[in-house]
Design a protein around this ligand. Structure first.
Ligand SMILES: Nc1ncnc2c1ncn2[C@@H]1O[C@H](COP(=O)(O)OP(=O)(O)OP(=O)(O)O)[C@@H](O)[C@H]1O
Length: 211
């Protein structure tokens, strides 16, 4: 290995998988890391929570500690992309500030926002089967997670296999739209209109194939 002092500038792509807990984000992210041609990094907030020192956090400080972890996660993703790395982000936009924070930090031209959908009954079935998430977590997140109402690409993990979805995302990368969903959502007026509106999803959900 040579130690370089500089490398050519490069803009990292951020594939942003957003969905409730148990919707299948990590499974798709793992499939993406196998199928994408360029090196990429799967960044999930759980990995950042796991880095925290093990001492219990006092209850009155927990909210602030968690908030700073999420903020740090967003900045770490932005930093990796700014250095030219492609990133697969596995995130739950279950609070409005998280989207605003990401919009302020990421280059919106480089973000591919993917809505990871799954029907509630299937989310609850997966939650029971895995047993490592509090019951009802996905149901509580569902009303907010997709409330911004705009994506570059969407999938339904109850109807499509994660590998099929990963290949669909890969095929989409060279024909990304302009403006991207993130470029549009960066405008507060667009966000206000979409959140008042029908929670419309663009484009429409994919036809069933795979499983
Ligand atoms: N397409 C799928 N079909 C059936 N089961 C799936 C599918 N995708 C994921 N699962 C299962 O659902 C569970 C949750 O998947 P996964 O960990 O990918 O979800 P997640 O959205 O990353 O959840 P969390 O945010 O809670 O970490 C796992 O047990 C996984 O095997």
């Amino acid at each position: 290995m040579r130690h370089l002092s500089t490398v050519p500038p490069r803009r990292g792509t951020v594939i942003f998988l957003n969905g409730t807990s148990s919707s299948g984000k990590s499974t798709i992210a793992a499939a993406l890391t196998r199928v994408l041609d360029e090196p990429c990094f799967h960044m999930a907030v759980d990995a950042f929570h796991a880095m925290r020192s093990p001492a219990p956090v006092p209850a009155d400080r927990l909210d602030a500690v968690l908030h700073r972890t999420w903020q740090g996660f967003h900045r770490a993703v932005a930093g990796m992309a700014a250095a030219g790395n492609d990133v697969v982000v596995d995130h739950v936009l279950s609070a409005e500030w998280r989207l605003r924070d990401c919009l302020a930090l990421f280059d919106p031209r480089d973000v591919v926002l993917v809505g990871v959908h799954c029907p509630l009954a299937e989310l609850e079935r997966r939650e029971r089967a895995r047993g490592d998430r509090p019951p009802g977590l996905a149901a509580r997140q569902l009303p907010q997670v997709h409330a911004h109402g705009l994506y570059d690409l969407e999938c339904d993990t109850a109807r499509e296999d994660a590998d099929v979805i990963a290949h669909r995302i890969k095929d989409f990368l060279p024909r990304r739209p302009s403006p991207t969903a993130f470029e549009q959502l960066a405008d507060p007026a667009v966000r206000a209109r979409l959140s008042r509106g029908s929670r419309g999803r663009t484009p429409p959900p994919p036809p069933p194939h795979g499983r």
